[in-house]
Structures are given as structure tokens and as C-alpha cells.
Design a protein around this ligand. Structure first.
Ligand code: NAD
Ligand code: UGA
Length: 442
């Protein structure tokens, strides 16, 4: 099948490469010319495991191509996916300009029937708006084309985007148009093992709300566990034991129960904010989500609070080694990363930091810029040298089994602040290092 994808970001690029791998003829477009020129030469604009090889294979096979030309992309596919960014402002108002720009472009250029699919995360009613913009453009030039608009939200995670695309838990198709449903069902066929279980066809509005409800539920689980972690600390309990204890209940399940330094990234916070804003505006206050946000806001300061306690308030002049800056492992994405809150708080208190991340250093450096109170390190080991204590913010695999004796030697006053509960307190302490985790009262 011929497919056009608008947006070569974390989602658009991963999806395009996986569709190409499955044998579809994919043309991926982006408004960012430099990004497209790089991709045409096989240069990756982002870090995502397995993606570089997949893009290279698609380019070599000719099943994956890139363009910055809107018209070419509008004419290529039988199915056209809108996968552009949909940022939300501080209150939760979603900016749909990029989505509508693509819709208008399709309306201007398209010369034959098409199924247009909104994959960007966007508020309930966005597919209706896309349809209106498209029809407006078509009628302006007197064109009469059969165009169906579907909502098809994406549930992949950064860091495992390729794996999630190839093997999605489920695919949600929001359309009541049999032609669009049939086309999308065939498109996704290579990724689906059991259609009756994994393929969920519903109306567009339900599909749009499903996406927000899913992210809101995930954020709620995390904030709930972070609140339990605070309680565990005071109660002399270990949240890791509690997590195992409740995760073993099939009704609850073991995933997404990890207490830590707060959830970050481009989507959970943005989507919770957008859902709460839309509901508020319609007079349905979502009280749970306000609490989820407030808890997460506080949680991002948790490591700093533990350090304040450890240093009895005297943080000025201290040097903190920080392992991990990206919002999660296996990505270079710094959007809304909890590490940024820790760094800001440390700097405001007069501390210096020595930071290292396996992939996010260029993005972090671009975001933060040069300053006297940060040292950008090339290795995890270098970040430790001469630092007072260590904070683990992102649980990259290379941080998981460190040489604790080496850490004890490198740090001036050995202590580890484990923002993701990856270390065993007893093992750390037996190396002569003080241990602080999240919710580990025992
Ligand atoms: P991104 O910022 O990484 O990429 C978006 C791309 O769209 C950019 O490269 C941008 O240049 C391009 N773009 C903007 N306007 C354009 C236009 N008019 N024509 C062509 N290209 C244009 O964003 P992302 O993280 O890939 O997210 C895309 C959407 O998917 C968002 O709505 C997001 O909420 C949703 N989503 C993201 C994830 C994730 O893990 N990142 C997961 C599921 C859903
Ligand atoms: C999240 C969802 O998991 C995806 O299903 C969704 O498609 C995506 O948002 C989106 O809409 O953009 P992502 O943000 O890429 O994916 O990564 P997650 O694995 O969800 O992690 C988000 C944050 O939550 C990270 O900072 C992570 O450290 C934190 N987290 C995750 C926890 O603190 N505890 C957990 O148990 C899990």
C-alpha cells in the first residue's frame, strides 16, 4: 500500500520505518528541511534503538523515502497520516496549528480519493475539525473527492518505539466508514497477531478520548505509587516490596508501578494537562488529574529534598554527580525531563553539577547552554571524580550494575540518591556508601 506520513519525529519516523519494513511504499514528509536532507542521507535526527538500521534498510530497499515537499507527499499515499507535534500550553490548551496546516495542504493539493488519518494526539473533535478544513479547501477549488478522515491514536513509548510499532498491544481505529476501516485494517495486518483481540474499531471521538484516557491512567498509576512511596518512607516500609505485592494481583498488573523522580517526557504531562483543561472547560472537573499533576510536580523535587536533608540544608558549594538526563532510558529526549528540575534546584541552592548521559548530552547542552556550575562529562566515571555525592536520575542499563567500591573511592562523602530505585540498599551500604531511594523506609 502507498502511505504518506506527515511528521518525521519520534512517532512519525518510527511508524514510517516499520511500515516500510512491512512492505508498504512509504513517503515521510517533514516541514523541517534540514531534518529531511539529513534523513535522505541516513542521518538520524533522534536517538531510538533499532531505528537507524531500519531507516537505512528502508532507504536501501526503496520502500522508505523522505521529502520536504508538501505537494509530493499529498499526492503519494492512498492513506495519509498526520503525525505532527501537538504541544499544549501551561494551562492545557492544545495547539493544533500543525495538524490543521497538514489538513489544509491535503485539501489544496490532493487530486484523488484518500483516507486521511489523525495519529497525532489531539483533543476530542479534532478529526471533525480536520474534516471541516479539508472540505473547505476542496470546495474552494471546486474539487469533489471522496475523502474519509479517521482517528488512529498511537500508544508507542520512546525508547521502545520500534518494538511497540512492530508489536502493538492494540490498534485503535476511530472510524465508522467501512472503506477507511478496511484500508487501515489491511495496513496494520503485518503487526497484528490476533485481530479480534488487538484491533479495536470505534467511532472517532471514542478513539480520541481513548488516547488521553490511556496516558492519564498511566500518569495516575505513577503518581499513586509516588504517594505510596512517601507513606512507605514514614511508615518504615519499602515501596519496592509493596510494588511487587500489589503488582502480583492480576487485576492490577505489574507494569507502570515504579516510584521514582516523577514522570517526564513530551506526552504524559502534556496530555494530562490537556485532558484536564478540556474537561474543566466543559464543566466536568477531573479532580483525580489535578492531584496526579500536583503529586508529580512535587515528586520532581524529591531527590533535591533528600539531598537537603542529607546535607542538613548546606548544599551551597557542594558538587553533585548526576547520572542520566533524558526523561527515560534509551532516548535522547529532554522534553520535560525530571533531571531539569533537579539541576535548577541545585543551582538555585548554590551547588555545582557534573553530568553524564549516554545519549542526551547534545540535547541537554543545547537546552541548558554553557554555565560555570555545570561540567559536561564524557563518561559516568568522569562525572564522579571529585563530586561529593551521586544522583541517579535516569536508569540507563550502563548505570545498573556499577562498581560500588570505585564509587566509594571517587566520591568525597559517598552517598547515592537513587531516583529510580535500581540499587540494592544493603549492597550499596556494604561498600561504605550512604543510600537514599524513593520510598525505601527500610
Ligand atoms: P516530534 O516533535 O518529535 O515530531 C513532530 C514533527 O512534525 C517535527 O519533526 C516537525 O518538524 C514536524 N512537523 C510540524 N509541522 C509539520 C507540517 N506542517 N508538515 C510536516 N511536518 C511537520 O513529535 P512526536 O514526539 O513524534 O509526536 C507527534 C505526535 O504524536 C504528538 O501529537 C504526540 O503527542 C503524539 N505521540 C507521541 C509519542 C511519543 O512517544 N513521542 C507517543 C504517542 C503519541
Ligand atoms: C508514554 C506512554 O507510555 C505511551 O503509551 C504513549 O504513547 C506516550 O507516552 C505518548 O503518548 O507520548 P513515553 O512518555 O515515551 O510513553 O514513556 P514512558 O515509558 O511512559 O515514561 C514516561 C515517564 O514516566 C518517564 O519519565 C518514566 O521514567 C516515568 N515512569 C514510567 C515512572 O516514573 N514509573 C513507571 O512505572 C513508568
Amino acid at each position: 500500500m502507498k502511505v504518506s506520513i506527515f511528521g518525521a519525529g519520534y512517532v512519525g519516523l518510527s511508524f514510517a520505518a516499520c511500515l516500510a519494513e512491512a512492505g508498504h511504499e512509504v513517503l515521510c514528509a517533514d516541514a523541517d528541511l534540514a531534518r529531511i536532507e539529513g534523513l535522505q542521507r541516513g542521518l538520524m535526527p533522534l536517538h531510538e534503538p533499532d531505528l537507524e538500521a531500519l531507516v537505512a534498510a528502508g532507504l536501501a530497499a526503496g520502500t522508505l523515502q523522505f521529502t520536504a515537499d508538501e505537494r509530493t507527499a499529498c499526492l503519494h499515499g492512498d492513506v495519509l497520516f498526520i503525525v505532527v507535534n501537538t504541544p499544549a500550553d501551561a494551562e492545557g490548551r492544545v495547539d493544533l496549528r500543525h495538524v490543521m496546516a497538514v489538513a489544509a495542504g491535503i485539501g489544496r493539493h490532493r487530486d484523488r480519493e484518500a483516507v486521511v488519518v489523525c495519529k497525532s494526539t489531539a483533543p476530542v473533535g479534532t478529526a471533525d475539525q480536520v474534516e471541516a478544513v479539508l472540505s473547505g479547501e476542496l470546495s474552494q477549488r471546486g474539487a469533489q473527492l471522496r475523502i474519509a478522515v479517521a482517528a488512529n491514536p498511537e500508544f508507542l513509548r520512546e525508547g521502545s518505539a520500534v518494538r511497540d510499532c512492530r508489536r502493538p498491544d492494540r490498534v485503535v481505529i476511530g472510524s465508522e466508514n467501512p472503506w477507511a476501516v478496511d484500508l487501515l485494517t489491511r495496513l496494520y495486518e503485518p503487526f497484528i497477531e490476533d485481530p479480534t483481540r488487538q484491533l479495536l474499531v470505534m467511532d472517532r471521538r471514542s478513539a480520541e478520548l481513548t488516547k488521553y484516557a490511556a496516558n492519564a491512567m498511566l500518569a495516575t498509576r505513577i503518581s499513586f505509587m509516588n504517594e505510596m512511596a512517601r507513606l512507605a518512607e514514614h511508615a518504615g516500609a519499602d515501596i519496592e516490596m509493596v510494588r511487587r505485592g500489589i503488582g502480583a494481583d492480576r487485576r492490577i498488573g505489574p507494569d507502570f508501578l515504579q516510584a521514582g523522580a516523577g514522570y517526564g517526557g513530551s506526552c504524559l504531562a502534556k496530555d494530562v494537562r490537556a485532558l484536564r483543561y478540556a474537561a474543566d472547560r466543559d464543566g466536568h472537573a477531573l479532580r483525580i488529574l489535578s492531584a496526579v499533576e500536583a503529586t508529580n510536580h512535587e515528586q520532581k523535587s524529591r531527590l533535591f529534598d533528600l539531598m537537603t536533608h542529607h546535607f542538613e540544608g548546606r548544599i551551597a558549594g557542594k558538587t553533585i554527580a548526576v547520572w542520566g538526563l533524558a526523561f527515560k532510558p534509551d532516548t535522547d529526549d529532554m522534553r520535560d525531563a525530571p533531571s531539569l528540575v533537579l539541576l535548577e534546584r541545585l543551582w538555585a541552592a548554590g551547588a555545582r553539577v557534573q553530568v553524564y548521559d549516554p545519549a542526551a548530552m547534545p540535547n541537554a547542552r543545547g537546552l541548558i547552554g554553557e554555565r560555570d556550575d555545570v561540567r559536561w562529562c564524557d563518561t559516568a566515571q568522569e562525572a564522579l571524580q571529585g563530586a561529593d555525592v551521586l544522583a541517579l536520575v535516569t536508569e540507563w542499563a550502563e548505570f545498573r550494575r556499577p562498581d560500588f567500591a570505585g564509587i566509594a573511592k571517587a566520591l568525597r562523602t559517598p552517598a547515592i540518591f537513587d531516583g529510580r530505585n535500581v540499587y540494592d540498599a544493603a549492597e550499596v551500604e556494604s561498600a561504605g556508601i550512604a543510600y537514599y531511594g524513593i520510598g525505601r523506609g527500610r
